[in-house]
Design a protein around this ligand. Structure first.
Ligand SMILES: [Zn+2]
Ligand SMILES: [Zn+2]
Ligand SMILES: [Zn+2]
Length: 330
């Protein structure tokens, strides 16, 4: 059974097994899980230079701000470690606040800067919302110590050969272990992460999504992609990924809700799947139990507003918009 608990300000969504119940009397062993740290497109909300209603509302009401899309993978301590394992997927321009959103599982040393704030970062691609938060790992801020930043060979080459990122490598603040597409990497606690190839604008490097598989649940995370029907021959299609990885929860690119948001643009010129198209494509799977949550919403996307017709329609059809702070048990 799926249970929804509000716990210390965090919306916890977990199965009815160990880790889902919390009471003051019985401490429960923490279970591996994913926490949503942001749901917005690369520019966040408010968006720079924008005077749309969403951005103006966010300027005056912090509750209407949205961080750039990112996930944390949180693992219980293993036999040798006393602290929780914490990994980020993507280092966004909002990484400062997003690291503070992890203080309950990875608190900084008393009164000092944590130079190893996470056990690693997994990058999806070289667009500004997904990697530029690495600047905070550098000499001017955390001066991190050998943080592993897993990425593809091309992404690693981009970081190694372009300032200011190359300085992070030269100072050994980050290391760049190479990911192999479709090759699962064990993280501990029975959790693996597998990069999957995703088509997207690849000006500087290439793009991946991630399958995060745990003992209880498997999550597919694809924050940026070409529309699903434009995935090239030879690349595993969305439905194949869902099937071969037995995905339970899919967090998918929801940059735009519908064409109404993009006046004077033809569908063929839009480099993302529309939410309405994704719902049509996955309606049967959603009806059959696949949990689809939309993430990476542009500031123009009406579904950001919980009171909007767009969000009501998403929920009526059995889908949801990802929520910052929500946790998904693995
Ligand atoms: Zn993006
Ligand atoms: Zn705006
Ligand atoms: Zn992108």
């Amino acid at each position: 059974m799926i249970r929804v608990l509000i716990c210390a300000g965090i919306l916890l969504i977990a199965s009815g097994c160990a880790g889902s119940e919390r009471s003051s009397a019985t401490p429960v062993a923490p279970a591996p899980r994913v926490r949503v740290l942001g749901v917005a497109q690369d520019g966040g909300v408010p968006h720079a230079g924008c005077s749309c209603d969403t951005c103006l509302a966010a300027l005056v009401d912090p509750a209407r701000r949205f961080h750039v899309a990112s996930l944390a993978i949180i693992l219980p301590p293993d036999a040798n470690e006393r602290k929780m394992g914490v990994f980020l997927i993507d280092a966004t321009p909002d990484v400062t606040e997003q690291l503070h959103m992890l203080r309950d599982v990875r608190d900084a040393p008393d009164g000092r800067t944590d130079r190893a704030p996470v056990d690693g970062v997994f990058l999806t691609h070289a667009h500004i919302g997904h990697y530029t938060g690495l600047m905070h790992f550098g000499f001017e801020v955390m001066h991190a110590q050998r943080t592993p930043v897993w990425c593809t060979e091309r992404m690693g080459e981009f970081l190694r050969t372009n300032a200011p990122w190359s300085q992070l490598v030269d100072k050994d603040e980050i290391r760049l272990p190479t990911l192999t597409i479709d090759d699962p990497l064990p993280l501990g606690s029975g959790v693996t992460i597998t990069p999957v190839e995703v088509p997207h604008r690849n000006e500087f490097a290439d793009t991946v999504g991630y399958v995060i598989a745990g003992p209880a649940r498997t999550i597919l995370y694809i924050p940026d992609t070409e529309p699903w029907d434009r995935w090239p021959e030879g690349m595993l299609k969305l439905e194949h990924l869902l099937r071969i990885h037995s995905v339970d929860v899919a967090l998918l690119d929801a940059t735009f809700y519908s064409l109404d948001e993009l006046p004077n643009r033809h569908a063929a010129s839009i480099g993302h799947p529309l939410i309405v198209s994704t719902m049509d494509r996955l309606q049967e799977r959603s009806d059959a139990g696949l949990d689809v949550r939309f993430i990476h919403l542009n500031h123009t996307n009406p579904a950001l507003d919980p009171g909007s017709d767009a969000q009501r329609e998403i929920e009526r059809r059995g889908f949801t918009v990802a929520r910052e702070g929500a946790e998904i048990g693995l």
